[in-house]
Every structure is written in C-alpha cells, then in structure tokens.
Design a protein around this ligand. Structure first.
Ligand code: SF4
Ligand code: SF4
Length: 173
C-alpha cells in the first residue's frame, strides 16, 4: 500500500537518524583502520534487492523480546516489511516488502523508501567477502585494486588465469 503523509513523515525522520548513525558508524570504522571495498558497476534496476529485504540487528534487538517486538512492529507498520524468516547465526531478519509489486517489479513508495533501500548495496562493501545478489549490476572493487592489478600483470600469468585471479580478488574496475 502506497505511503500516506503520516508514514512519509515518520520515514523521513527515521531516514535522518539512519544516515546520521550510518555516517558515525562508518567514520569510526575508518578511524579504526578498516577500508571498505569501492563500489563498481551500476544498478541494472532488476529489483532483486526488493524480493527479500533483510536486516542484521545488534545483540540487544535480537535477544530482548521487547526490543525485538518494537523493531519488528516498526518495520511492519511503518516500512511495510513483513517478517518471513530469520538467520540466527547472523542475527538477520528476512522480510517481504509490501511495497514491492512482483509483476511490474516496482516500488509503490519509491520516494519514501527507507534509508537501507537507498544505501543498498554499500553495506556489503564492509564485508570481508562481499556477496552481491545474482544478477546485480554492482560489484565490489578492492581498495588497492590498481596497485594489485599492476603487480599481477608483472607476473606474466596466462590471460585466463589472470582474469580468474582478478575476478576472485575483486580487482576489476
Ligand atoms: S521499500 Fe521499495 S525499494 Fe525498499 S524493498 Fe520495498 S519495494 Fe524495494
Ligand atoms: S539487485 Fe543490484 S542491480 Fe538489481 S536493483 Fe538492486 S542494486 Fe540494482
């Protein structure tokens, strides 16, 4: 169901908090010396990322029933995300998005979509092995890709081996 003015307002406030929290978290990680992959490629508008949006939570939200209920109620009633599954080993909730039209593969409330939809797939760039959805036009590019590519080219590997190593190490631009 398309967002009305109340949902749009709540989601705009939530987005502001989301961006502030995200900027702070990523800044801290950079200050600790972490370097994310860079984002390569472009969005192909396949909408695969709308099929089963998932959210990793902190320990408090995952283990405390009251917090978990508030978290899930917010996503159900504000973002239109219905819980469909859980991945306990990663503290991930998996949802079905009620804004997603499976026939047209469009979002009925694109202008008020949550911050996590706007940020996708940048969170993956902080993983040690970024795993993009099959068919996604984006890809992870190693932060030192140019330097490693130059080193590899000096090794004189056969072209197919070189291409394989570049792909595995996320060195393609
Ligand atoms: S809110 Fe829109 S962009 Fe986000 S998952 Fe749902 S359909 Fe996709
Ligand atoms: S899965 Fe990737 S290419 Fe497809 S819509 Fe989402 S971000 Fe774009």
């Amino acid at each position: 169901m398309r967002d009305g003015p109340i949902r749009k307002t709540l989601k705009a406030i939530a987005r502001g908090c989301f961006w502030i929290n995200l900027a702070g978290t990523r800044l801290l990680r950079r200050l600790r010396g972490e370097r994310p992959y860079r984002l390569g490629g472009a969005c192909e508008r396949c909408a695969a990322c709308c099929e089963a949006p998932s959210i990793q939570t902190g320990r408090l939200t995952w283990y405390f029933p009251m917090l978990r209920r508030i978290f899930l109620a917010w996503h159900r009633h504000v973002n239109g995300f219905e819980l469909t599954g859980r991945i306990p080993s990663e503290r991930v909730f998996v949802f079905r998005c009620t804004h997603f039209d499976w026939e047209t593969r469009r979002c009925d409330s694109y202008s008020s979509r949550p911050g996590m939809c706007r940020d996708y797939p940048r969170a993956l760039l902080w993983q040690s092995r970024p795993d993009f959805l099959p068919g996604c036009g984006y890809r992870a590019v190693h932060p030192r890709a140019e330097e490693f590519r130059a080193q590899l080219e000096r090794e004189g590997l056969p072209p197919d081996k070189l291409a394989e190593v570049r792909r595995r190490l996320h060195l393609d631009p």
